[in-house]
Design a protein around this ligand. Structure first.
Ligand SMILES: C[S@@+](CC[C@H](N)C(=O)[O-])C[C@H]1O[C@@H](n2cnc3c(N)ncnc32)[C@H](O)[C@@H]1O
Length: 187
């Protein structure tokens, strides 16, 4: 609950700092999609059922610690990405290039093309490792991997349209950061 609350409050707070013009209630990223609600409810349900029926499964303190570390590192990477990209970072993937939109390739963007997604990916799996929820560890990994693969392809289509050869060259040099996701193909 602490990780979840911190994540959503800090999404709003960092957006207020980096891109106040885009600030709205949606900046909390409290997504009301069916998938998001289902993921949260499944996690709470799995935790409660297993805590009552196989309590020893929830007593692995080293596994919870690994999960907590993933949550902290994922959160830090995501916020570092938002602060690095500044006003170029928008929760809603932009399809039209704003005049002020520049390509960011420094800081954490020099290591990964999609650092905020890398952070979010490991944060979400980390929450389930922390709770020692085996079913949700698998479910969250598959669901977020598929979500980010699709989102990255869609986003890179716009980025190539915005920045042309500059983005192609950046893509050649820097990996997405997510396992087995290479982004949009360019010939
Ligand atoms: C939610 S942010 C995610 C940014 C990036 N995918 C990441 O994981 O850090 C989405 C917006 O960032 C913009 N964006 C993504 N990569 C960028 C980059 N390297 N430089 C500037 N803008 C970028 C996209 O145009 C999109 O509107």
């Amino acid at each position: 609950m602490c990780s979840l609350s911190f994540f959503h409050y800090s999404e709003y707070l960092v957006t207020a700092i980096i891109n106040p013009r885009s600030l709205s209630l949606d900046s909390f990223l409290l997504n009301h999609s069916v998938e998001y609600t289902l993921a949260a409810v499944s996690s709470w349900l799995e935790f409660t059922v297993e805590k009552l029926t196989i309590p020893e499964l929830k007593q692995s303190s080293w596994l919870s610690l690994v999960g907590l570390l993933m949550v902290l590192c994922g959160e830090a990477l995501r916020k570092a990405a938002m602060l690095t990209a500044g006003s170029n970072f928008n929760h809603i993937v932009q399809n039209e290039k704003a005049q002020s939109h520049v390509l960011v390739t420094s800081g954490v963007y020099a290591f990964f093309r999609h650092p905020s997604y890398v952070g979010w990916f490991y944060w979400s799996i980390g929450t389930q490792i922390m709770l020692c929820n085996p079913v949700c560890i698998l479910g969250y990994t598959v669901a977020s991997w598929r979500f980010f693969r699709e989102r990255i392809e869609e986003e890179e289509l716009s980025l190539i349209h915005f920045f042309a050869e500059d983005y192609v060259e950046y893509k050649r040099r820097v990996p997405t950061g997510l396992p087995f996701i290479s982004g949009i193909r360019v010939n």
